[in-house]
Design a protein around this ligand. Sequence first.
Ligand code: GLA
Length: 376
Amino acid sequence: MKTLLISMLVCVVISMVFLYGCSSKNKSCTKTQDFDSIRLYKLRNDAGTEVKITNYGAIVTSIKVADRNGDFADVALGYDHVKGYMNAVDKPYFGAIVGRYGNRIAKGKFTLDGKTYSLAINNGPNHLHGGIIGFDKVVWEATPIKGEGFSGLELTYLAKDMEEGYPGNLNIKVTYRLTDDNELKIDYYATADKATPVNLTNHTYFNLAGEGNGTILGHELMINADNYTPVDETLIPTSKIETVKGTPFDFTTAKPIGRDINHNNEQLTFGGGYDHNFVLNKTKPGAMTLAATVYEPTTGRFMEVFTKEPGVQFYCGNFLDGRLIGKAGKPYVHRGGFCLETQHYPDSPNQPSFPSTILRPGQVYQTSTIYKFSTK
Ligand code: GLA
């Protein structure tokens, strides 16, 4: 209990090194925001697991977990300095909460209740991850929280009506909890004063061998999905829901990520590898169920992902190319990290057959995802 209490003296502000160089006078800080209030918080549990989160972009900057021998490594890709996140080369969205709409909206346009909205085109011909200054690039209000068996951080942000082109004031709350069961639990809430699309997710890149330790192609991945949503060459779903059976997209039984990645397959060509939304097998819509598991054989680290969301974007770091140098000073090579972005399907505002992402006044958006760590 004592250790618990001590470890729950949470959210220690350890920001000076991380923050050096960022102030409202810094040229890289382009939006009128209170950059001086950016902090880095640390959560720690009884198992010695440590998670760091900054209120800039609600970004998870580090996740230190043990391997099968009890040796700790940071399994989340990121920067050791907030400026890295602000100036991000190729915008990898390391660790961030992305929104208001995570993933793509075709041609940056959607029509809602008879009105057409135009959003920033920031990914080929499409809109990606909420726009130019999405939720990954704003300063959130942060409050440390603690309770029996967990320590955490509550983050809130008010996205204004027409911010990045989206209708309605959107009040968002995201809580991160690190439990003594080694779960990183993320709960999302939002309310709006006008109908608006909402699709929030977390964009952590994992390398369970430790960030910067080579590719993730040997990680064994299981995705609890019999179907996926194939895309066109700009990564917008074609509207079809297709079986993974007999394709490289069949992860229903765990297999190394790299096993089928070089197959001659149009979908893999479009994505430059895996960059696709999987339709999760659910007994009931909104049920919290197992979405995926990942096992890294050399260290024995094992991660399970649970979510209430209907889909997960499995992205295997196809855009990493060795130019970014990680926290331990090692380059993030091509496919040096993978994301399991729990979410609604891409482009849902334009795809009537997909589960709706529209939040209306009076409704509460609520969803949850858990990343649980252990060893085998
Ligand atoms: C998502 C997208 C990818 C890529 C990354 C960020 O996962 O689906 O295509 O844009 O974000 O680099």
